[in-house]
Design a binder for this molecule. Sequence first.
Ligand code: PAF
Length: 280
Amino acid sequence: MQIAYTVEEVRKQVKEWKKEGLTVGLVPTMGYLHEGHASLMKKAVEQCDRVVTSVFLNPIQFAPNEDLESYPRDFEADCKLCDSIGVNLVFHPEPSEMYAPDFCTSVNMDILTTTLCGKSRPTHFGGVCTVVNKLFNIVAPDRAFFGQKDAQQLAVIRRMVRDLNMDIEIVGCPIIREEDGLAKSSRNTYLNSEERQAALILSKAIFMGQQMVADGETSAKAVRDAMVAKIESEPLAKIDYVEVVDGITMQPVETVASPTLVAIAVYVGKTRLIDNFIVD
Ligand code: PAF
């Protein structure tokens, strides 16, 4: 497995692959890889001749008060995992390789980014769209793989690709959970044992909402209210949002229909966790 630190190295390798007529898959990550990332990489290896995983902790998608400095990192373990899955190239640039000191161009999106995480983190999706656009320009993949756990991010990326006519297939992959239900996340590592237990309230609320819908509930308010009450029963949990939105536009809906996204963000102690389900 090759490790590249510069844009030039990646481009050179990808050009060689393309000359041979091989398809290229990209799995963009911020590192500290877990089984959720592994599932994306496995799918990429299945669907593409060559796979690039980017490991880049993108500073511009964090606001000054967020966890950029404390975000967990373990590049050696990340490389081992990538290698074991059959990833061909890991792209691990320094921030200075990605952003020139006088960098002043960005990709911003309206509407889809005004709700859910975009409401609580108003600068976040500009940073995500910009870096993903840059990674697409650097790697020029045929397919790119994103997790459904960041459902709003997946919707935003799909829209960016459509709106900007990017010739890339976006592949969404299911949420991977711990055995007890907690959605896998690099941020789970912040939780102490009491908080780790309390964090189960997210998946409990998600499974409950999902069951209500499966049982025929179509009122967004009824589903939302029940999930809010469930989460509020956990003293260590503080709700950022519980929302029922259209699965494409990310705007609130009154009736649960297809496709609807039910998404939550909850602080457990100081750690902000997200989870969701799609009605499709
Ligand atoms: O989902 C993530 O890890 C990041 O938002 C992404 C897509 C790698 C962009 O930095």
